[in-house]
Design a binder for this molecule. Structure first.
Ligand code: ATP
Ligand code: MG
Length: 336
């Protein structure tokens, strides 16, 4: 796993080992790669690895985030522009494709490219030629392209927001970064490594910290919609904020980085009732999701929740009675 460590790609689950093997394989070919995966799954790290493991490692790695630039700016950033091509263009600029000559251009959030930029990029992929904005001369560059997106590009093709021919060109070597929730034991391994690093880094300023076993169990069962980035932030926050040497926090207690269903509480009625309603709603959802994950097995659900079985089964009964009609309909998903 030396390569993986060199690129800071942590994880030893079979799912991730498969991804690492694919990265090594893909790196050997000098062909366009499309990296897909949810936010925070490590698409940019993977793109780095593909570049530095391949023959172009000695050349430049130039990243550009297409989503962060306006439509017109993306084109001049990528292809460069001639002097006077637009109001601010006092001087000609070569553009990132030219800068990446002999190396790799990493196009992040490629789904954000305008249709005009998509057309120019397609031509560049087909024959390695391009034109600066406002220019007529055809230029050439020897660039490997790695593109990334967390959007469903096939759906964008269907809704005609992304060119089908461009997608086919990009998809020759697809690389999918799996979500953290599908990487089994990696969650705990990553959390532990992030914590170890913080302990090392702050060794002179802070007492060493460790996770409570219940926190570890909760980390393993949280679904991490913001993936590795969210996990890393969780560990950092807890390491810095927790006064105790043992971290007890549960990931559910933090509004997750990329999901906002923990909506701001509305002001309706007395605090005490509002709080009771919120707790009841939380318990109901928590119990339902724990039971679903445990395939209806109360002991297993209790273990995952870090509760003893009798307390947890009381909760299950409480919410099952309330939800009786619904439970009958959905017998398989909720009933033990
Ligand atoms: N396997 C991994 N091991 C260690 N750290 C990781 C891993 N995957 C991702 N990270 C860390 O998580 C963060 C997000 O990674 P990265 O920027 O590569 O994700 P991304 O898929 O490009 O996300 P986005 O779609 O939001 O741009 C970074 O801090 C990165 O170092
Ligand atoms: Mg990224």
């Amino acid at each position: 796993m030396d390569d993986a460590l060199r690129f800071n790609l942590l994880g030893s689950s079979p799912q991730f080992a498969h991804v690492l093997a694919q990265i090594r394989r893909v790196a050997r070919f000098d062909i366009t790669v499309l990296v897909s995966g949810e936010t925070g799954t490590g698409k940019e790290l993977a793109a780095h690895a593909v570049h530095y493991l391949g023959d172009r490692a000695g050349g430049p790695f130039i990243p550009i985030n297409c989503g962060a630039l306006s439509e017109s700016l993306v084109e001049s950033e990528l292809f460069g522009h001639e002097r006077g091509a637009f109001t601010d263009a006092r001087q000609a600029a070569p553009g990132l494709i030219s800068e990446a000559d002999g190396g790799t251009l990493f196009l992040d959030e490629i789904d954000a490219l305008s249709s005009k930029a998509q057309a120019s990029l397609l031509r560049f992929l087909q024959d390695g030629t391009y034109r600066r904005v406002g220019g007529t001369q055809m230029r050439q560059a020897d660039v490997r392209l790695i593109a990334a997106s967390n959007a469903d590009l096939d759906a964008l093709v269907e809704s005609r927001r992304f060119r089908r021919d461009l997608l086919y060109r990009l998809k020759v070597l697809p690389l999918h970064m799996p979500p953290l929730r599908e990487r089994g034991e990696d969650v705990v391994e990553l959390a532990q490594t992030f914590l170890d690093r913080l302990n090392q880094r702050y060794i002179d300023d802070m007492p060493g910290k460790r996770f409570h076993p219940r926190t570890i169990a909760a980390l393993a069962h949280h679904d991490w919609p913001g993936n590795v980035r969210e996990l890393e932030h969780f560990v950092q926050r807890e390491f810095l904020m927790c006064e105790d040497r043992v971290i007890h926090a549960m990931p559910d207690h933090h509004a997750s980085d990329s999901r906002s269903h923990a909506a701001e509480p509305r002001f309706n009625g007395a605090f005490r009732e509002a709080k009771a309603r919120a707790i009841a709603e939380f318990e109901r959802r928590y119990v339902a999701s724990a039971m679903k994950r445990a395939h209806g097995n109360i002991s297993e659900a209790a273990r995952m929740a870090g509760q003893d079985r009798s307390a947890f089964s009381k909760l299950v009964r409480k919410y099952r009675e309330k939800a009786e009609p619904a439970v009958r309909r959905e017998k398989h998903s909720v009933d033990p």
